[in-house]
Design a protein around this ligand. Structure first.
Ligand code: IPD
Length: 304
């Protein structure tokens, strides 16, 4: 039996705490419920701007990592609003945002901002896009941070998910709990694809290993919402390669506070290399399947 074939059992509670929200304890003097309330207020206010300011025809203002990775004027306006409010309310905290320069801080906390997660959906008028606001302690890197609080606000329908480390996850006042599917074959799996053709070719190859083994796949187009759907049991499992910190900050904490394990492959924490989320033995099975498919590599190590 090769190392890849070795059956493993994850301690979901411990692994989830370590990989998702709790890289460490809540720092002294930090009130995570206060941070949750602020994250919610920021995300909802930016969400109102995005909703009410959406023009009839949305234009691409620029592209980023590839020609199909767009930025719109509203991505920038939403992030400017978030940054302006944080400058007033949390002047000592750092900021890591999708659309602007990093702002250094002195408090040890960083706000991780996605002004529109699901920009392509926003561009086309597909209803799954959100404002995502998280606050983390430690380095603003999903492999090393401790996520403290976060909010994902779905712009079109107003669904609002929040979480605070150790304080649970909720949507609009209702506590959230992940599903515990009985089998991988019966699991609905969310995923997403990157913006480069080469990355997509490999992701398509990985999908050929995953799709025959699960109930079905959903590619909804906003990772933050996907992770919140996982938290409320509307998806059973989720995986994606290539997520940025702002894609996973708030949604990842919502998922782990709802009982999910969130991590990477080969014992790593969730990172841009791979993010997997779910609960129960089926998430072990998915991790094992993704490792065998070399989902965090270039495909050369995967069996043909
Ligand atoms: C993207 C969305 C998408 C995911 C991509 C992300 P953006 O974020 O979350 O679902 O598949 O990996 O980059 O670019 O719309 O903020």
């Amino acid at each position: 039996m090769t190392p890849r074939e070795t059956p493993r059992t994850l301690d979901h509670r411990t692994a989830g705490e370590a990989a998702g929200g709790g890289g460490g304890p809540v720092p002294d003097g930090v009130d995570v419920e206060e941070l949750r309330a602020l994250a919610r207020s920021l995300a909802c206010e930016a969400g109102t701007l995005v909703r009410e300011g959406r023009p009839e025809r949305v234009e691409v203002a620029a592209t980023k990592s590839s020609a199909v990775d767009p930025v719109t004027a509203m991505d920038r306006a939403s992030e400017e609003l978030l940054r302006a409010r944080l400058a007033v309310e949390r002047p000592d905290d750092a900021i890591l945002g999708e659309e602007g320069d990093d702002v250094p801080g002195t408090s040890g906390l960083t706000w991780v901002l996605d002004p529109i997660d699901g920009t392509v959906n926003y561009l086309y008028g597909v209803a799954s896009y959100a404002v995502s606001v998280a606050v983390v302690a430690g380095p603003p890197d999903p492999e090393r941070w401790t996520a403290l609080a976060g909010c994902v606000h779905s712009v079109v329908d107003g669904r609002t998910w929040t979480a605070a480390l150790g304080g649970g996850a909720e949507r609009d006042g209702r506590a959230l709990h992940v599903s515990r599917p009985a089998s991988l074959a019966g699991s609905l799996v969310g995923t997403g694809f990157g913006y480069s053709a080469e990355r997509r070719a490999h992701q398509a190859q990985v999908l050929t290993s995953v799709l025959p083994r699960v109930r079905d796949i959903r590619r909804l187009g906003a990772a933050a919402i996907d992770l919140c759907l996982l938290a409320e049991g509307a998806l059973d499992l989720y995986y994606e390669r290539g997520l940025n910190p702002w894609d996973v900050g708030a949604g990842g904490l919502v998922a782990t506070e709802a009982g999910a394990w969130l991590g990477g492959l080969r014992g790593r924490r969730a990172s841009s290399t791979m993010t997997v989320a779910g609960a129960g033995p089926v998430v072990d099975e998915l991790v094992h399947l993704l490792e065998a498919a070399d989902a965090d590599g270039d495909g050369r190590a995967a069996p043909r």
